[in-house]
Structure formats: C-alpha cells, structure tokens
Design a protein around this ligand. Structure first.
Ligand code: SF4
Length: 383
C-alpha cells in the first residue's frame, strides 16, 4: 500500500499505520464485525498486504467451490485432499483453509508438526459430513458386524473424504480406508480384496455410483438409515449385501436431476453434460461423464472451442470455468450454491490472517490424528 493510499485509508477508518521492515500495513481491527464494515477493495488490499508481509509463512487454500474473490487470493485452488496435501508439503507455518470444517480437519491431519491450521469460520460445516456422526456409525457398525456369519465376519469400513476426522480415525482403527471422488473405484476394489462387504459413509450416491461401476447389482447395495431401527434393514439383508450405504447426501448435488439433462438436450442436442458423482444414480447414468471436481475441470478444458458443455456441480466452480474458457459455451445444469462454503468471505478471511496469534487453531486429539492418518495412508498407498 502506498503512503498516500495509507493516509487516505487511515483518514477513512481512523486507523494507525504500523511498519514491518519497508512495508506498511494498516493496524489490525479488534473484532470481526469491524472487518465486516470494510469495503471489499479494502479487504482485498489488506489481505494482499498481509500475504506479502508474511511471505511463504502463510498459505491460503481455496476450495474449488469458494467465491471468485477468495480463490483469486488463494495460494492453491483445488479439492479438499489435494489442497491439504499441497499445504503439508509447503513451507507455510500458517495454513488458512477456505472451505468447510472437514477440509480444515483434513489439513490438520496431514500437516507437519510445525504447521498450524486455521478455519475462517469454524461454524461452516458440510451438511453431508454432518449426516454421519461417531455415535451413529459406531452403533450401525456393531449391528452390521453382529449380523455377519461367523465364517464371513469381516466388513471393511470406507469413508468418503467428506466426513469428520473421527470417522476417518474410525476407519483407520478397523482396517478401513478413506476415499475421494477421484479414487472411490480403486478404493472399493482394494476393500473387496480384503472382504466381501463394504460399509460406506456418509454419501449414499457416491457409494452407489461407484458400486454400479464395479458391476454390483443394485439389490446388493442396501441403504442404512440411522433414523430407523436396525438402519431400516434386516440382519438377512445385511448378510446378503455387498455394499451397505449410509443414508447421507450432498444437498448441493441433489439439485441436479435427470430431467434437467433431458431438458437441456432438447435445446442443445450436441451438448455434453458432466456431473459430479455425488448426484443421484439416474442423473449420473444419463450424463455423458461424471467425476470429481478436478476431473470436471479437466473435462471442460478438453472440450473444443465453440462446444457446449453443461456442468452439474457447485455454481462457483462453473462460473470460474465460464470465465476461463470464453471460446466455448459452459453452462450450469442448475444454479446450485453451497451455502456453508459461502460462509467464508473476505471479512472472516482478513480477520483470521490478521489475528493468527489470537485465534484457535484446528485441533484434533493425537489418537484421532494418527488413526485418521492410517486410513489416509492406505488410500495414498493405492496410487
Ligand atoms: S458441496 Fe456438498 S459435499 Fe461439498 S461442502 Fe457443500 S454440502 Fe458438503
């Protein structure tokens, strides 16, 4: 910030300037509400200034579904596992994760002992991850394992990356594994080498779509609804099943329906449709392709100029792809916004970076961290 700009800034907000070496930074404000009163360009300027002051000590991670202003300020943009992995390999001592809570937890599992992880809004959770908690999953596990034949007792628990850290640890302790939407198929194959049955949580759709790709009959994939007695199943159904799916879903991806694909194809018969595998089976079956956020990014990049692609995933990613590829038509299949991702904004990001010395870091117990790490390492060893 130039001195004349800083003077204007100080006059406007009654702030005092401080110096760090040759650089100037407006004095930090006391409360989050103070930052919420600042105009966007002031917040952007402050964040850029803090980034330049802290250099490689600060790493800002921006998930694909964050607002454009946040991703443009992020050091890395990507999916939850890729971001945590990159941050853990960086020299950054302070990692600020712009995403939802389970993502910040994943970064805390993977980070080095000298790294601290911060989350700009600790209340921003993922509704799908919150559909399965430790108590419910433990109860289900006891009933599922009790229903097994004595000769075929083994069940492999598989949790999606989009789950709480303690459920990742649960899998680590029970010969289980974590998967992402990119490697779910490979993970299922690994699990089936160890057992004839998988217990998958918390996204029933990713589980069903993956099981279908492996040729498993739909009636061999049963749904475990924690709100119903014995999950809404019978011990016999559990015994005969190959995949037990937790009744959880992503509200953002449930917005995309097969009827939307039929509708756009009526008007754009030559278009391509790509959706995320958290969409329901009928939608995934009808689309031209389905895959993780990284897969979607690559798919759109590979389309020729003047092509038309409809994308079924969170709106912020689609908007960024539209801006990145003006030579082709990239459309939203529906406008679906992740509200909890949207809770991260310039104000709470700026407040966080300005108060790293005062804020709580994302903390996990050593037991959760090491057991979750075991499940993640099993996944990493697959590639
Ligand atoms: S898009 Fe879906 S899975 Fe991702 S954070 Fe939002 S609710 Fe959770």
């Amino acid at each position: 910030m130039r001195r004349d700009q800083l003077k204007k800034y100080s006059n406007t907000f009654g702030l005092v300037k401080m110096t760090t070496g040759a650089k100037l930074h407006p004095m930090k404000l006391e409360k989050l509400e103070d930052y919420e009163k600042l105009p966007e360009d002031e917040l952007v300027s402050r964040i850029k200034n803090l980034k330049s002051l802290m250099g490689s000590d600060l790493v800002i991670l921006g998930h694909h579904y964050q607002r454009p202003k946040i991703t443009s300020l992020s050091d890395f943009v990507g999916d939850s596992f890729g971001l945590s992995d990159k941050a853990s390999k960086s020299s950054g001592k302070n990692i600020v994760f712009c995403g939802v809570r389970f993502m910040a937890e994943s970064a805390a599992i993977l980070c080095q002992p000298n790294q601290k992880v911060y989350h700009p809004d600790p209340d921003a959770g993922c509704p799908m991850a919150d559909m399965a908690n430790m108590k419910q999953v433990t109860e289900a596990w006891e009933k599922i394992t009790l229903a097994q034949n004595s000769s075929d007792k083994k069940v492999i628990p598989v949790t999606y990356m989009n789950s709480t850290a303690d459920l990742k640890a649960f899998c680590g302790e029970r010969e289980g594994i974590v998967c992402t939407s990119s490697n779910a198929q490979k993970t299922f194959e690994w699990a089936f080498q160890k057992s004839s049955k998988i217990f998958f949580f918390p996204d029933e759709h990713l589980g069903r779509n993956t099981g279908k790709k492996l040729g498993i009959d739909l009636d061999q994939m049963i749904l475990w609804d924690p709100a119903k007695p014995h999950g809404g199943t019978t011990p016999d159904q559990v015994r005969q099943s190959k995949v037990i799916l937790w009744a959880g879903h992503c509200p953002v991806h449930m917005e995309f329906k097969a009827r939307d694909i039929k509708h756009v194809r009526k008007y754009f018969p030559n278009c391509k449709v790509i959706v995320h595998p958290e969409c329901d089976k009928e939608t995934v079956d009808l689309a031209d392709a389905s895959g993780s956020t990284d897969f979607i990014v690559k798919y759109v990049a590979a389309q020729p100029p003047k092509s038309t692609t409809f994308v079924g995933t969170e709106v912020n990613l689609v908007t960024r792809l539209q801006a990145k590829y003006p030579d082709r038509r990239v459309f939203k299949l529906q406008r679906s916004l992740c509200l909890t991702m949207y809770q991260i904004n310039l104000s709470n990001l700026c407040y966080t970076i300005d108060h790293l010395d005062q804020l709580e870091t994302v903390e996990l117990s050593e037991a959760v961290k090491s057991n979750a790490r075991v499940a993640l390492d099993r996944m990493l060893n697959l590639s």
